[in-house]
Design a protein around this ligand. Sequence first.
Ligand code: PAF
Length: 277
Amino acid sequence: MIVARTESQLRVSLPKGLRIGFVPTMGALHKGHLSLIEIAKQNTDFVVVSIFVNPLQFSAGEDFDKYPRVLDQDISLLEAANVDLLFAPDSEAIYPNGQVVTESAGELGTHFEGESRPGHFDGMLTVVKRLMDLVRPDVAVFGQKDAQQVALVRELLKHEKIAGKQVELGVGPTLREDSGLALSSRNRYLSASERQIAGTISKGLFAANGSGSREEALSRAKAAIHPEARLEYLELVDEGFQPVKSDFQGKALMIVACKVGTTRLIDNHMVEIEREA
Ligand code: PAF
C-alpha cells in the first residue's frame, strides 16, 4: 500500500485512467470502515482511504484532543484489506492557508447534530470538499450511521463537480455489535457497563418499527432505551431530514443522539409506521 502524507506525494501516486474509489475517515478504523472499503473496491479499480482528524468539525470542549489516533494499527488493517493508497496528511497539507471554513451546510446543518454541535457540518463539508479536490474520486463511500452527514454530502455532490466530474455517492449500511450497538470509533471510550446501556439505543430504534403513529413510535423507542442513555434528540424524519407530522404513515428514519457517561453516540434506523386497517 502506498502511503502519501503530502499533496505532492498524493498527486504522483494517483493512477491515470482507473476509476478511483474514496473512503474518507478519521482513523481508529473498525469493521464498519472495512465494509465501506469493500463497497469502494467492488465499484472501482483503485481505492484511496484518508485518515485525518479534522479540527474544523470539532467544537470547543469536544473530543478533538482525545480522539483516538492509532495510525500503525490502522495501516495494518488497511494493508490486510488490500487498500491501494492511504492518504494521511497533516493539518498543513489540508489547510495550507490556515483553518478556514469554506463550505456551508445551510439550514439542514443547523438541526439535530448541527444544533448539538454548532459548526460541525460546515467543518465536515469543508474537509470532505478539500479531500475530494485532492483525491478526485469517481465514487466516494460514506456510512449510513452518520445519516445527516450522508444527506449533506449528497447535496454537496449534487451541486458541485469535483475536478470537472460528478462524483457518485456510495452509502454503506450500519454494522452492529451483537448487542445491536452501532460500530463507532467512539465505542472504545465506553466502560463495560456503559456498553450495556449503549446497547439499548438500537433496541429503541428497532422497537419503534411497526408502530401505528409517530407518537407511538417515539414512546416505544424511549421506553426501550436505558434511562442512563441521556437523550439529546430522538426524532422521525423524512428524506429531507424534516420531522414527520403526527398523522404520517409509511417509512421514516428514526434518528437518535444520546450521551452514555461522557461518550456521545448517534444511531438511526428506518421505521415503518402503519395504522392497522
Ligand atoms: O465520518 C467521518 O469520519 C468524518 O466526518 C469524515 C467524513 C471523515 C470527515 O472528516
